[in-house]
Design a protein around this ligand. Structure first.
Ligand SMILES: Cc1cc2nc3c(=O)[nH]c(=O)nc-3n(C[C@H](O)[C@H](O)[C@H](O)COP(=O)(O)OP(=O)(O)OC[C@H]3O[C@@H](n4cnc5c(N)ncnc54)[C@H](O)[C@@H]3O)c2cc1C
Length: 285
């Protein structure tokens, strides 16, 4: 196996295209190196993106934040302004693994590993994040929600890579939250995850919302009925109950060792309600 660490996205993509065998990208390595060690993947070429300058930074301008594809979870949490404006995105990745894992693990790898239980994905989808995808024919913008297509499956071509993510500009009185349920207090995989992103007007009425579930379907589930229940409300008890009901109904979990499908459907509603309460209180703050 060959390992390379190019310094530009163009060089990385050229190497992917030139490889005759199985070429894989490596960001933090906390998924792919585990799979490599378990002989679940046997790449001929590993392309490390951590040395690509365009992948390394978090920037903010009038059009919102740009997060480089190689930025680790720890760096997201240390970014005071990102944590203030998009706390749900930061807390989703802040739940990933341990301190050691967070020193390496990226949003990109979390998304492209395409686990149904990925903690970083629901809040990115709820935010309306887009990915800057570089390929042999140039660059394209792709909605994050269009990237995972099933467990372990993504819509990117083998010779494409994510260079960065864009988060849209934030209107006033906007915030988000991500909450997951796990049987232990840490270092476990979500049984249910829920992200809520919302905006209030000056009277406290919710004027925009997105509610996204994780770990209760083959990939994340956007619950439009839950968003519709929030929009136009004061995020009161009636709206929260409607969010809970809509999310329990929308969840399509399997039964496994972490819980029955029935338990997970119920918990999806409870966790989504709690995420809505937290996002609402943050938007009011
Ligand atoms: C001990 C431990 C605990 C964990 N706990 C959690 C947890 O609680 N929650 C959770 O969600 N996950 C957890 N994980 C899984 C993992 O840490 C996360 O999914 C992490 O975000 C993966 O990011 P990475 O940068 O390490 O990805 P990598 O392993 O580098 O890559 C993952 C996938 O993304 C692809 N990829 C990498 N870069 C690019 C790119 N630029 N463009 C396109 N594709 C790319 C790779 O080819 C690979 O298929 C845990 C892992 C470990 C080892």
């Amino acid at each position: 196996m060959q390992y390379i660490a190019p310094t530009t996205s163009a060089a990385a993509v050229a190497a992917l295209a030139a490889c005759n065998g199985d070429a894989r990208l490596l960001a933090g390595g906390t998924d792919i190196l585990v799979r490599l060690q378990a002989d679940l993947v046997e790449p001929d070429l590993l392309v490390d993106i951590k040395h690509i300058v365009a992948c390394q930074h978090i920037t903010e301008d009038a059009s919102g934040f740009i997060i480089g594809a190689a930025v680790p979870s720890a760096q997201l949490g240390e970014h005071a302004r990102l944590s203030q404006v998009w706390p749900g995105i930061v807390e989703g990745m802040g739940l990933v693994g341990s301190t050691q894992v967070q020193g390496r693990a990226t949003l990109t790898g979390n998304l492209c590993n395409a686990s149904p239980a990925a903690d970083g994905v629901p809040a990115m989808v709820a935010a309306g994040a887009t990915a800057c995808v570089v390929g042999p024919n140039g660059t394209r913008q792709l909605a994050v929600e269009d990237i995972p297509t099933g467990p372990g499956q993504i819509s990117l071509a083998n010779n494409e890579m994510i260079e960065s993510f864009s988060l849209p500009p934030r209107p006033p009185r906007s915030s988000d939250a991500y909450i997951r349920f796990i049987p232990r207090t840490e270092m476990d995989i979500a049984v249910v995850g829920a992200a809520v992103n919302l905006t209030l007007d000056e009277t406290g009425t919710c004027i925009a919302a997105c509610v996204v579930l994780g770990a209760v379907g083959p990939t994340f589930i956007t619950v439009n009925a839950a968003a519709e229940a929030l929009i136009g409300s004061q995020v009161d008890e009636a709206a929260l109950q409607a969010v809970q009901n809509a999310c329990s109904t929308a969840a399509t979990p399997i039964s496994d060792k972490r819980g029955t499908a029935e338990f997970r459907k119920h918990t999806a509603g409870v966790i989504a309600r709690r995420a809505a309460i937290v996002a609402h209180s943050r938007a009011l703050a």
